[in-house]
Design a protein around this ligand. Sequence first.
Ligand code: NAD
Length: 446
Amino acid sequence: MKVAIIGTGYVGLPTGVGLAELGHEVVCIDREVYKIEKLQAGQVTLYEDGLDSLLQKNFKSGHIKFTTSMSEGVKGAQVVVIAVGTPPHPVTHEADMRYVYEAATELASCLHNNEYTVVANKSTVPVGTGDNVESLIAKNNPDVNFDVVSLPEFLREGYAVHDFFHPDRIVVGANTDRAREVIREMYKPLLTLNPQCTLLCVKRRSSETIKYAANSFLATKIHFINEMADFCECTGADIYEVAQGMGLDKRIGKSFLQPGPGFGGSCFPKDTMAIDFMALQNNVNLSIVRATIDGNNKRIKDMATRILEVVEHEEAEPCFGILGLAFKNGTDDCRVSPAMQILQEILHRKPKCSVRVFDPEAMENARSILQPYMARVTFCDSALEVCTGADVLAVLTEWPEFSELDLAQAAPMMRHQHIIDCRNMLSPQKALNLGFTYRGIGLGRS
Ligand code: NAD
């Protein structure tokens, strides 16, 4: 099939590359010239495991092409996937829909009335957006023959390529049989590879809701285990033993029971806020979602306090060594990263402090976010280099290599030997034996 993808970000690019690998003819469209130029040179614009080689393979074979031109990109496409951002509105925190509606408006003028096109919305959008996109296209191009479906994306950053080829389910929200069958055809090669995968066909509004409900539930699960971790720290229990005991119950499940500094990234914070906004508009009280949002925001601040208070009485001008900047391992994405939020909180609350930072993939993205604090930030080339002159070492992202940090080498490089391990990556026993103070998450001392 001929498929066009509007938006080549963390969703659009892996989706485009994945569909090309399935044998479709894909054209990816983005308005950012620098991204398209890089992609046209066969280079990836973001870090995702396995994406680089798959992109090169399909680029060389001609299965995937890139353009900034909407009209050129959607020419002859049976499916046009919208995968543009829906960031939170800075004031109301509702989903900012301007990119979706701009894309739909431009698309309308590029569709031809003699061809049937399915416009598939992969962006996470408020319930009812499918109706709005449908009206918008019909208003701007009354003769065009099309349907709008909701096709929410469930990939995890860091595993985007894996998740594309091994989805738990594909949800299709379509109001016509014809559109549903076109999407089924597009995913046919994937469903053949994964016979256990369900293609769930639902009403368009149900599909739009599924995405928000799923993300709100997952965010709540993370917040729940984080609160349990706080409880364990006070009661002398071990959160890992507690999570294992809970997770073996099939009704609960093992995933999303890892404690940490709070959830972040470009989806959970914005999607919980967006559904909370929609609920308030409809006079519905999503009290659990609200508690999760507020609790997580407080947790980020509490983590900064944990790090700051270790050296409160020791150093007037402390130096904090920060391991990890991305919102989780396996990605260079720093959007609403707990690590970045904690770091910014520290820099804001302690104007005389300095920080040394390292992340295996996210240095470039972090650099642009940390511009206002540049004079106090040292970008290091390794985890060990972060330790030079630091008073506290804080682990904020769960990159596996951080667990290999040689603490015996790190200890004499530091001014004071304190560790705040928000990801429980380092060995508490090793740290204590070397004279560090060590505080992890949910590890009660009894
Ligand atoms: P992103 O910001 O990484 O990428 C969006 C891209 O769209 C950008 O490259 C931008 O230049 C481009 N764009 C915007 N308007 C355009 C237009 N009119 N024409 C052409 N290109 C345009 O965003 P993302 O992380 O890929 O997220 C996209 C959507 O998918 C969001 O709604 C998000 O909530 C949802 N989602 C994201 C993830 C994730 O893990 N990132 C997972 C599931 C769903």
